[in-house]
Design a protein around this ligand. Sequence first.
Ligand code: GRF
Length: 201
Amino acid sequence: LTVAVLISGTGSNLRALLDAAAEPDYPARIVVVGADREAEGFRHAEDFGIPTFLVPWRDFDTRDEWGAELATQLDVWRPDLVVLSGLMRLLPPAVVEARAPQIINTHPAYLPEFPGAHAVRDALAAGVVQTGASVIVVDDGVDTGPVVAQERVPVLPGDDEHTLHDRIKPVERRLLIDVVRRIATGELDLAAAAASASTPS
Ligand code: GRF
C-alpha cells in the first residue's frame, strides 16, 4: 500500500508512521509527504529520504485553488491512501470526493466529541475527565467522517494543553499505525466503513 502523508506542523505522528513503515514486515510504504506550509515535520521525511511537496496556503486566493494544486501534486504520486496527520487545513470537497474514502485523518479527541482545530483545548475547557484519540475516514465535513479507531485518554488534574496533548499523541500514533496496517492487509475496508456510516442506522 502506498501512502501520502499531509502535515502542517511538527509531524510527530508522521515520524511514528515513518518508523513503523521502515520495518521490513510493515505492509505500507510512505511515498511522499506534503504540507500547506514549511512544516517542521518535513525533516522526518528528509531523514528517510522520502520526497516532499509544498503547496503554500498563502500562495492561493481560494481554498479550491489551493486544493486543486494539492490534488495535482498528489496525482504525481498516485498514493493508495492519503493520511492527514496534523494538517491544519480543511480539504475542499472536490479533493475529498476525488479520493474518498481513501483519506483518513487523526484527531486528538474521542470523536464526535470536540471536533475542529482546538480539540485538546476544548476538552480542557469543558472540564471532562477523559478525552481520547480517533482515526476517521475523511468526508467533506469537519471531523465528521466515520470513526475507524478510537481510544479514551484520561485528563489529569493540573493538565494543560501541552501535557494533555502529549498524553494523547502516543495513543494517536499507535492507532494510526495500526489502522494503516489493517488497511494495507485488507482487514479494514474503508469503502465498507464509509458505506456503513452513510446508511442511517
Ligand atoms: C496531532 O495531534 C493531530 O491529530 C492534530 O495536531 C497534532 C499534530 O501533531 N491535528 P504532529 O504535527 O503530528 O506532531
